[in-house]
Design a protein around this ligand. Structure first.
Ligand code: PRX
Length: 635
């Protein structure tokens, strides 16, 4: 009997030991007992971190939607699967039962087929947080199409880059979206993006804001009439365990975003198992993750993990500040939420609003509080614990990544004693290692190093779409036989992990991964800009904010600097999206460079952090004189 549900600490250690000593037996038992397979596997795991190549449950055949929907119909047909809470609190919430979800996913899947989508085709989903988003994702999975969800806050340029990279045949979008008091012209953004894409044959358009939009004849089709005409029967495609389920893009420190490829069986088993345990979900609980399905958190812990457990999962369309900063708490009271999963940046923003808004609502149904996306600082941890959880709901600080597919280091609530700012212990099956810069593993406790994972886990990404070499270089080359996370971590005296942040040029702003290179490339598009460098600096709500050092082409540039700053942020918004805007822009004559021409970001980071007492070794600089000048003019 596998331990699908861990209930106390001794059991955690016992199950953890088993998962490490006999990983194949362990995951085979979990897979065997809790999922629906059309054909069982021939082999549980084969792996090689040098190639790198990882395969779980090879030979098995299944469809993830049968596991997320069909198998619940007999026992949970009338249970709410997706609870949709609209942007406007005056609009009614929508309860979609498992039976209704089954019908809607099948109809949507039939529409995809009718429009010529086949197994293995890529479908880009660019939708706001409305039920059609989850349904579109599941409909792709139903027929074996590979979904590539792009967060609907990304710009037309960012969207077209992603569409082209994975050669998407279709885009699913809406006429627009609501975001608090604003509306956004999503279809207009898609039209602009598609000027740069030749691969897209069809655009399906859901109606949300009922705006007057252009429909390109032959390409654009309204979704609803097609759904109305479609059958509610759609046989699930038979997928191999290692067939791609989806592509999801994440920023790297350089170059184009990386299309992380997740496959079917291992991803399903791990997200389901980790959801059950990390949130201690029980049958009648109402679970709410505030992320957007455009990010991995939404894929794994709004859609697949919860639905694979027959859970009720909330999808919230709006923002925490609309109509006021009490909205999250209002929703918790209204839907009697039991597990609440959000990001530290949201907690910090809400903590700033004072306690009245929290105290106005009944939060007594809460059992578990989750945090994800960036390190949670001590102050935010305590505020969350004291005022939201009233010191009775454990905080699960879950560390993981787009690449890992599921939660990797986390307390198990009511099982693992929590410690502020610590993600605590590795989850079942996860074997972390801390490494020094020379490639040695640091054994023992009370040390810090670079966080790696030594052994494959079922939900790890298998490659980068179209660029396996980049996958190898990014994750498997820094340390031999290890997956390198890009994060630093420390291990305390009892073996708890605390994530200290990125050790590469990725900056986490409000929980969003941003690579410095694409932002610099965008800035350099401004006709007045010669060169730029971006670093992060601490921000009390966003965690980190962006500081840009910009060299202008014409040193005597007389234009209003504030205007230039606005123009630079406008370009960033157009190329990436508003999430990548810079908080500070310093115009400078030069950037500190090594003799080989590399920008010494360490110095720029220290200046942005206002920590210039010890700049470290600057003897290798080609132009040490610029450092003083940058310091003198720092913002
Ligand atoms: O630096 C870590 C940070 O977010 C990065 C992964 O970002 P992304 O792929 O967008 O996935 C975010 C949601 C899973 C990590 O490399 N990060 C994520 N969770 C935590 C965290 N840092 C500290 N504590 C966390 N709980």
């Amino acid at each position: 009997m596998s331990n699908y549900h861990i209930k106390h600490l001794e059991e955690y250690y016992q199950v953890y030991r088993k998962s490490v000593r006999e990983p194949e037996n362990f995951w085979e038992e979990v897979a065997e007992e809790h999922f629906m397979w059309q054909k069982k596997w021939d082999h549980v795991l084969s792996w090689d971190f040098i190639k790198p190549e990882v395969k779980w449950f090879e030979g098995a055949q299944l469809n993830i939607t049968e596991n997320c929907i069909d198998r619940h119909l007999a026992t949970r047909g009338n249970k709410t699967a997706i609870l949709f809470e609209p942007n406007d609190p005056k609009e009614d919430a929508e309860h979609i039962t498992y039976t209704q979800l089954h019908q809607r996913v099948n109809k949507f899947a039939n529409v995809l087929k009718d429009q010529g989508i086949k197994k293995g085709d890529r479908v880009c989903v660019y939708l706001p947080m409305i039920p059609e988003l989850a349904i579109a994702v599941l409909a792709c999975a139903r027929i074996g199409a590979i979904h590539s969800v792009v967060f609907a806050g990304f710009s037309a340029t960012a969207l077209s880059t992603r569409i082209n990279d994975s050669d998407c045949k279709m885009v699913i979008t809406s006429d627009g979206s609501y975001r608090g008091a604003k509306t956004i012209d999503l279809k207009g953004i898609v039209d602009e993006a598609l000027n740069e894409c030749t691969c897209v044959e069809t655009v399906l358009v859901a109606k949300r804001i009922h705006s007057d939009i252009d429909m390109k004849s032959g390409r654009d089709k309204w979704l609803q009439p097609l759904l109305d005409a479609a059958s509610t029967d759609c046989k699930a495609a038979l997928m191999n365990a290692e067939d791609p389920l989806f592509i999801l893009y994440t920023s790297g420190s350089t170059g184009l975003p990386k299309g992380m490829v997740h496959t079917t069986a291992g991803y399903m088993v791990y997200t389901a198992y980790s959801f059950k345990n990390a949130f201690q979900y029980k049958e009648d609980d109402v679970y709410w993750c505030t992320a957007d399905i455009g990010w991995i958190t939404g894929h794994s812990y709004i859609v697949y993990g919860p639905l694979a457990n027959g859970a009720t999962t909330i999808m919230f369309e709006g923002v925490p500040s609309y109509p006021d900063f009490g909205r999250f708490w209002e929703i918790i009271e209204k839907h009697k939420v039991n597990q609440f999963y959000t990001a530290p940046t949201a907690i910090r923003a809400l903590a700033k609003q004072g306690l009245e808004l929290v105290e106005k609502y009944d939060l007594s149904t809460l059992k578990v509080l989750g945090s994800v996306g960036e390190p949670i600082n001590e102050e935010a941890w305590h505020w969350y614990n004291d005022n939201v959880g009233k010191k009775k709901s454990p905080i699960v600080d879950t560390w993981w990544q787009t690449e890992t597919g599921g939660i990797m280091i986390t307390p198990i609530p009511f099982v693992t004693p929590t410690k502020p700012t610590y993600a605590t212990l590795p989850f079942i099956g996860i074997q972390p290692a801390l490494m020094d810069e020379d490639g040695n593993e640091l054994k023992g406790n009370q040390i810090d190093g670079r966080l790696c994972i030594k052994f494959p886990w079922p939900s790890m990404a298998r490659t980068i779409w179209g660029n396996h070499q980049r996958y190898k270089d990014t994750y498997f080359s820094a340390y031999k036989n290890m997956y390198f996370t890009g994060d630093g971590a420390l291990r305390d005296d009892v073996g708890y992990y605390r994530i200290t942040g990125r050790v590469d040029d990725v900056i986490i702003v409000s929980g969003h991964n941003l690579g410095t290179a694409p932002i610099e490339d965008a800035i350099n598009e401004h006709p007045a800009v010669a060169e730029s460098a971006i670093v992060g600096f601490p921000h009390d709500v966003k965690g980190n904010a962006l500081y840009g050092y910009v060299i202008l082409k014409d040193v005597g540039e007389t234009r209003d600097q504030d205007n230039l700053r606005k123009e630079i942020n406008q370009i960033i918004t157009e190329h990436i999206g508003p999430i990548a805007k810079l908080d500070k822009i310093q115009f400078t004559k030069g950037l500190p460079k090594t003799r080989s021409g590399k920008i010494m970001r360490r110095i720029l980071r220290k200046i942005a952090h206002k920590d210039t007492s010890n700049l470290g070794d600057t003897s290798t600089l080609l132009n040490p004189e610029v450092v003083q000048d940058i310091m003198d003019n720092a913002l």
